[in-house]
Design a protein around this ligand. Sequence first.
Ligand code: OSB
Ligand code: MG
Length: 369
Amino acid sequence: MKIEKVIVRQIRMPLVHFFETSFGRTLERDIVLVEAAGEGASGWGEVTAGENPFYNEEWTESAWLILRDYAIPRILGKNLSSAEDVAPLTEHIRGHRMARGGLEAAIWDLEARLNNRPLWHQIGGGARREIPCGVSIGIQDSVPQLLEKIERELAAGYQRIKMKIKPGWDVDVVRQVRERFPSIKLMADANSAYTLKDAEHLKRLDAFYLMMIEQPLAHDDIIDHAVLQSKLETPICLDECIRSAHHAGQAIRLRACGIINIKLGRVGGFREARRVHDVAQAAGIPVWCGGMLEAGIGRAHNIALSTLPNFILPGDVSASRRYWKRDIICPAVETTPRGTIEIRDDPGFGYAIDHDFLREVTVREVSAG
Ligand code: OSB
Ligand code: MG
């Protein structure tokens, strides 16, 4: 498989509702898309970096430059035996896994299309025909607003609710949600808003039998999470801390978590995502697929990833309409009344690109090769 041309585009689309985490509020997304062409076909990838370096160190602008100046030149014109080769060829670039992962994912999609098979098959998935879906609900302006949102998502069939927490919006809010919805699958995500000094405070969350608490402590500190986990009944799920299978192995060995959230971009693409999945599976640690407010391409890639066997828990992969008035793919991603997404058997990531709309929302484009 020879990569003859790579086109990088940046699109800009407003979110239907703002999304607020402990690190800030997002109203509009600036997303980098990668199209890798060769042998008469094109594969597509989406970079999951945010608009600012607040979730991790990457952002739209850094992804653009890393792709243009470092990642693409290492792949262009190369004869690859498979998409497996992409990650090792860009490994020399330190960090910037989301940028590298967007290119890597495009080449997995290209390989699937050249083989005329769905992406889920190409990556070795297919353990299920529909994936269980949860939703991630951001910090709201008031508790009644949060309760109303949860109500609406449950009515749509979503199987679990994740609520974002931060100091000042945590124990009391979780208590009110639990009182209103005593039997739902509920979890909380702190996006690194606490330190070990808050251990006693976080322990109060044990009373609400959450499925898990996601990434309470620093983005780069596995050891403190191990200390905290030893004090909590509630399982810790690591997100930001796990950037590789090696990190996953270390976190599991230290008993820093009981669950792992796998994000395709955060770990640098499908090759590493699968390795994280395998390490967790061998240790009996369940995983689920995280989301990064993706447009349709990233969303479809997450669906394919979620068909690997150890993606047992409902993920943060949900319908396009929760984010976008119009998505860049056709059809948009939709959920069943059971709160699942059915997988598709079309070649590649399984949806068509809406090229007219893509052109409308593209703000810049650069091509190489
Ligand atoms: O921590 O999972 C996170 C969104 C942006 C950055 C980080 C996170 C999130 C989400 C949203 O929780 C998941 C989604 O709905 O795409
Ligand atoms: Mg998270």
